[in-house]
Design a protein around this ligand. Structure first.
Ligand SMILES: C[S@@+](CC[C@H](N)C(=O)[O-])C[C@H]1O[C@@H](n2cnc3c(N)ncnc32)[C@H](O)[C@@H]1O
Length: 269
């Protein structure tokens, strides 16, 4: 536990069940039933934005390749729903063993995760498949669920045969794994080392957020501006192709103190 009463200990304190039920389950249900609860509406808007941007960038046909690594996947698979049709091999990864267990249990069984979200993406993809069929395709493309720590110069610590990927996606992870801009910068450099030259980076995250809540636990993270993110990735050798943000004026809400969110698509020189 950090001095400010917040934690950064994902391996012992991140509750995958609460996270997925709240942010990818009940928030959606409550928003669809009523527009009254602003905090849920903010979370819903963030999710919808991310799903639409992932759909757009993969649907464009520009981003495709043999291997895709999703970094900090957490207990959710939403970041690969659109991607899976455009790549051959998918690697999921997270620092927390309890998150990797949720992913592995899904991958190795007939279980479905985040059905409503998958259906939402179908609307964008104009797919006639069922959720079970689509998730089966996703499972068939997954090659591994890897242990990763983006704060390390060698994020896999030698535990992965593939050293560089064609595409990296990451949702809400790099800022969660940093307390300062210098740490964010080194996380970005460590992630960059896993991407082939000419490879695609698709990143989404939050702006101005110094904490967010999972159950009773508050996680501390680095507060970012658009300028911070752009300058750091340019200095890490990326050409930014797309950068989109949504900003709003908001007090701390029930779940976090974010002030906006962003989506970035960049290519490594
Ligand atoms: C806010 S959650 C995001 C999960 C999911 N990608 C999403 O979009 O909902 C942050 C994730 O980053 C992971 N994480 C935190 N620190 C990390 C690190 N140093 N290396 C890799 N993953 C980390 C956490 O375990 C957690 O799953």
């Amino acid at each position: 536990m950090a001095a400010n009463g917040m934690t950064v200990d994902y391996q012992s304190e991140f509750d995958p069940e609460w996270y997925i039920n709240t942010f990818y389950g009940s928030v959606l249900n409550e928003v669809s039933q009523s527009d009254q609860k602003t905090d849920n509406r903010l979370q819903f808007n963030l999710l919808q934005f991310n799903l639409e941007k992932y759909h757009e960038v993969f649907h464009s046909g520009i981003v495709k390749g043999g291997s895709l690594l999703d970094i900090g996947t957490g207990p959710s698979i939403h970041s690969i729903i659109s991607a899976c049709r455009h790549v051959d091999d998918v690697y999921l990864s997270d620092i927390a063993p309890q998150n990797r267990k949720v992913l592995t249990d899904w991958w190795k069984s007939d279980k479905l995760l985040i059905e409503k979200i998958t259906e939402y993406v179908f609307g964008l993809e104009k797919s006639g498949q069922t959720v079970a069929e689509w998730q089966q395709t996703m499972k068939e493309k997954v090659r591994d669920v890897l242990s990763i720590d983006v704060t390390l110069v060698k994020p896999f610590g030698g535990g992965c045969d593939v050293t560089q990927f064609d595409i990296i996606t990451s949702s809400l992870c790099l800022e969660a794994a940093a307390q300062t801009l210098d740490q964010y910068r080194s996380n970005a450099a460590n992630v960059s080392s896993l991407l082939k030259s000419g490879g695609h980076l698709i990143l989404n995250g939050v702006l101005g957020q110094s904490w967010y809540r999972v159950g009773e636990v508050k996680f501390a993270c680095v507060s970012l501006t658009r300028e911070d993110i752009e300058s750091i990735f340019v200095s890490c050798g990326f050409e930014i192709q797309r950068f989109e943000i949504v900003k709003f004026k908001s007090k701390d809400n029930e779940y976090s103190n974010f002030q906006g969110y962003f989506f970035m698509y960049a290519v490594k020189r």
